[in-house]
Design a protein around this ligand. Sequence first.
Ligand SMILES: Cc1cc2nc3c(=O)[nH]c(=O)nc-3n(C[C@H](O)[C@H](O)[C@H](O)COP(=O)(O)OP(=O)(O)OC[C@H]3O[C@@H](n4cnc5c(N)ncnc54)[C@H](O)[C@@H]3O)c2cc1C
Length: 366
Amino acid sequence: MPQQLSIAIAGAGLVGRLLSWRLLRLGHKVQLFDDGDPQHSRSAAHTAAAMISPLSEVVVSERSIYDMGVSSLAIWPRWLEELNVSAPTPVHYAAPGSLVVAHPADMAELEQFYADLRFHLGADNNARWLERRDLYDMEPDIAGQFDRALYLPDEAYLDNRHLLARLLEEIQALGGACFAHHPVNFMPEATLGEQALEGFDCIFDCRGMGARQSQKDLRGVRGEVLWAQTDEVQLRHPVRLMHPRYKLYIVPKPGNRFIIGATEIESQDRSPVSVQSMLELCSALYTLNPAFAEARILELDANLRPSYWHNLPLIEHERVPSAGAKAQNIVRINGLYRHGYLLAPTLVEDVLARLPDFTHPQTDTV
Ligand SMILES: Cc1cc2nc3c(=O)[nH]c(=O)nc-3n(C[C@H](O)[C@H](O)[C@H](O)COP(=O)(O)OP(=O)(O)OC[C@H]3O[C@@H](n4cnc5c(N)ncnc54)[C@H](O)[C@@H]3O)c2cc1C
């Protein structure tokens, strides 16, 4: 086995947990610090809908997001198989593709979506138009509302809250030490309270929006979601509804639950969901199938997506002089924006491949 490294990770959100787990599996020693309680996480990862949708996202992103997303789609099933080996119930993951729909009056929105897809990926983009009859075969409970739909194969979704809980269990089972209510600060030296974090070969800053104090170029992009439950509607695919004012998505979750989200607001505001947003989410849901009127609202949640100005993720390595005996190797992983589940496996694999560089005395930014 290569040299065993001693690693500290600040932030037990999506990136912090995945990275801890993979490092432990490679035989390294890991201490994971979170400023909150990872059992009741306030991370963006906890709020997210957890769609893994490279085709849908290429329409509003750089081509590199698509390429990394395709690579993540190949990694997720492998990782989940490993995670599920000793799990009492497996973490739900499905890759049925997704549907993009628009009501007849908004058809121009859907056509523009397809035009954008072709612009980014060319004619060879795998998307397929469905007429009402095909839609009925695929998703009968919404077919009555739409004349046409766009089917995007090779898209997936997972049960993120179960995944986060399972990762924590596995980290602890592999001997990782998890510390709740332990905020790490980077000024730029990494400290716990007044104490420098000493004795680590590498310190990863995976604090998401928590890094904003030391990284002024990080911004929050607010998202609001509603959880609903009903036995009256069955969905197998994530569905995106194109509308001139809002783009709604609905993702099925185990237990006849659905997560519905729409808004993307440039704001640092993490206050609860507004009445207007809730009305928009509910009415859009109702237009997918009126039977949603009887659904029970389980939860409303709002959170911030950690984003840089270009909406691309960054991995930055810096060697920082420390009050302790030796300099700290600090690696910041942030800016996953609305693509955490889409990108995290690929980014984590990249970080692992570069671990020898990160623990080597040199400065590097990518
Ligand atoms: C409404 C919404 C919907 C989304 N839907 C999707 C989707 O469908 N698909 C997709 O791919 N992505 C989606 N995302 C994006 C995804 O959730 C994020 O990109 C991802 O969670 C970012 O991961 P992270 O680990 O960087 O940050 P987070 O998951 O936010 O984790 C950061 C962690 O750091 C901790 N922390 C903060 N400060 C400190 C400190 N000082 N010391 C120690 N710990 C600290 C926090 O408590 C938190 O646990 C969505 C996000 C939102 C808000």
